[in-house]
Write a new protein. Structure first.
Length: 198
């Protein structure tokens, strides 16, 4: 039964080693997928290359299906999987800030770290900027704490929000992913044909 750490199968240091190994693996595969390039990442916002959307949505759906089937088989206790609570307005504002930074800079936190490690100067600039932003937020937190904790909705999941069974929500997201991949291919082909003048 998992999560293994919560059930005492290994200790804190072992969990940190697992986290380190998973982080290295995640960074390696991001780089191999070309996500250490701000040009490739920014291209998704212009419809030229939706690889980021397809790869990340594939990862989300794979993890979702894995959790669903592991829980169904009795291997994983979903009630022990940590889900962060929703603070609607602050998270909406944070998402908008994140999105603007992603569009203008071409990196998210993970990909800028990958770019920095592979020696890209723009990756280092973004990484330093991100760390500066974290430090600034930490200093300003006492003034922002009220807003930060506002509009709390508790732990929200799609099935509870829509009032549907968990399995139905999983199925709908999988169908949405297939539709998303289909339209992503259409958008890329349309952009390619427009650029080629055909």
């Amino acid at each position: 039964m998992a999560p293994f750490y919560q059930f005492g199968f290994f200790g804190e240091w072992t969990s940190l080693l697992f986290a380190f190994a998973i982080g290295i693996g995640f960074g390696f595969f991001l780089e191999r997928a070309g996500f250490g390039s701000s040009t490739k990442l920014a291209a998704q916002f212009y419809g030229r290359d939706l690889a980021v959307f397809k790869v990340m949505f594939t990862a989300i759906v794979t993890a979702m299906l894995g959790l669903f089937w592991l829980a169904w088989m009795g291997v994983l206790d979903l009630s022990r999987v940590n889900v962060l609570p929703t603070y609607f307005v602050p998270q909406l504002v944070g998402g908008l800030i994140f999105g603007v930074g992603f569009v203008t800079g071409g990196y998210c936190p993970g990909t800028c770290a990958v770019a920095a490690v592979t020696g890209k100067m723009d990756g280092w600039i973004h990484l330093v900027g991100m760390m500066a932003g974290i430090l600034l937020f930490g200093e300003l937190y006492p003034a922002l704490e009220g807003f930060y904790n506002s509009s709390s909705m508790g732990v929200v999941s799609l099935d509870s929000l829509l009032g549907i069974p968990y399995g139905t929500a999983v199925f709908l997201i999988a169908v949405l992913a297939v539709g998303g991949f289909y339209f992503a291919e259409k958008i890329e082909k349309r952009f390619t044909s427009v650029r080629s003048g055909s």
